[in-house]
Ligand binder design. Sequence first.
Ligand code: SF4
Ligand code: MG
Length: 336
Amino acid sequence: AGTFLSVRDLYVRFATEDGIVRAVDGLSFALERGRTLGIVGESGSGKSVASLAVLGLHDRRSTDVRGEILLDGQELTTAAESTLEKLRGNRMAMVFQDSLTALSPYCTVGRQIAEPYRKHTGASRREARQRAVEMLRKVGIPQAALRVDDYPHQFSGGMRQRAMIAMALVCDPELLIADEPTTALDVTVQAQILDLLKDLQQQTGSAIVLITHDLGVVANTADDLLVMYAGRAVERGTVREVLRSPQHPYTWGLLGSMPRLSSDVAEPLTPIPGAPPSLLAPPPGCPFHPRCAYPQEVGGERCATERPVLPPGRGAACHLPPDRARTLFAERPGTR
Ligand code: SF4
Ligand code: MG
């Protein structure tokens, strides 16, 4: 195995009328082939911005990307656009939340799957069309040989999402980044799409980054988990570790606001009080301290002044000692 994607000290900043937005503020993670990393956080936590930077899809004029992004040892932050174009859709690909904006309405679904295949493999039109049919079949589109000539609007939402996955996977990418791939879909279709991603990963051994605001989505799909807040990673571990004994109060909040699909009684969700901080002027110290119920546990002032560091491996960027965090998590109000 070994590390396939390595992101070290990634900073993404862009200028707005109101000032510099620090969208990603020193993010590090690593991913091996055949594994799925879930990146979880509220909207605006920097998870989508970070993934666009990995693929080099950010607006280069307005966005400043610093740090190191290594794909199979190749540095991407300084790579030429022509290099990235050879990698995108080929060795690395992306699935977005909204298939309507990702697919062109003017072009048949089959062509949109065949085009990147032709571009990267030099296949003939005929071969590429065959490949498009095969991919549609693989992602579970019935009557693929007929539907290949449909336009996106002739597909249902779930089918469009499958078609977008077919387009992303047509060149067997070694890295797939899926950004909220199931958010717009109903629960049954969600589960089907996530199963599909897992099956395809088992066939090709690709590395997957699964970005979501929903811990329920990663619970059954991802191996490892990174929780992001205000452009930083605040907790990391295997999915099992983080879901069983989360150490960061923000992760506790995410868990508390997670709907329980298995429950037959609709339980009221508990949203995390307060709002994420402004990325124009992030608070000093721990970025979560304005919303956190536990600063007094570590002496009050410390959380507002001293920035907690995420240790390597399993852990959280929080001043609470892990043992104390375990107790507080077990005792917190609303624990089920
Ligand atoms: Fe809460 Fe302090 Fe931990 Fe931040 S460092 S999460 S404010 S206890
Ligand atoms: Mg997003």
